[in-house]
Write a protein that binds this ligand. Structure first.
Ligand code: HEC
Length: 157
């Protein structure tokens, strides 16, 4: 019994020491961007989580007039009002606000983003990505508006 207690106390001291070392290395700055390996790993994890999430989510069918010039115009106006501030007016070069985030806002015309399925893009926009600057628009945009933005993102390719 006494030995068990000693082992537990030792483990706690060890964990606290580990935490102190870890925190002293992390300065909470958002300026220093992560290295390639870290970014690669993180984007793979994000991708896997989004894929799993979108497969389980109840995602409504898009409006009948999807991908017409009218829905693209609506998508652009939703984009300009809600996304351009971080992802940049053309979606290809993130705005300075988005560049200053960690993780930084991404170029939406890139292969990595365009290889998401429509459902996955819908999920990203509706639910957002926790612990990053990417907000969820479930409360502020209708499902149809979100589909219009998805189609607008496709048009950036
Ligand atoms: C306040 C800043 C901000 C706004 C506004 C914003 N985003 Fe983002 N977005 C981000 C950041 C930061 C990321 C990177 C998250 C990550 O890498 O995990 C991101 C990531 C994404 C991604 C890719 C997810 C991935 O795998 O990295 C998509 C797609 C996206 N945003 C679309 C949009 C759309 C469409 C809108 C508008 C409806 C929007 N964003 C509004 C900051 C923003």
């Amino acid at each position: 019994m006494r030995w068990g207690l000693l082992v537990i106390m030792g483990a706690i001291v060890f964990a606290i020491a580990g935490l102190v070392v870890l925190l002293s290395r992390v300065d909470m700055s958002a300026v220093q961007q992560p290295g390639h390996a870290e970014e690669y790993l993180r984007s793979k994890i994000t991708r896997a989580v989004i894929r799993r999430r979108a497969a389980r989510e109840d995602i409504p069918a898009g409006p009948a007039d999807r991908e017409t010039s009218m829905s693209l115009a609506e998508g652009k106006s939703v984009y300009d009002a809600n996304c351009a501030g971080c992802h940049g007016p053309d979606g290809g070069t993130p705005a300075s606000v988005g560049q200053g985030m960690l993780p930084a806002a991404v170029a939406l015309d890139s292969n990595r983003i365009q290889s998401y399925s429509d459902r996955e893009l819908f999920s990203i926009i509706r639910e957002g990505i926790r612990f990053t600057g990417m907000p969820g628009f479930a409360r502020t945009e209708t499902n149809d508006q979100i589909w219009d933005v998805v189609d607008y993102l496709r048009a950036l390719r």
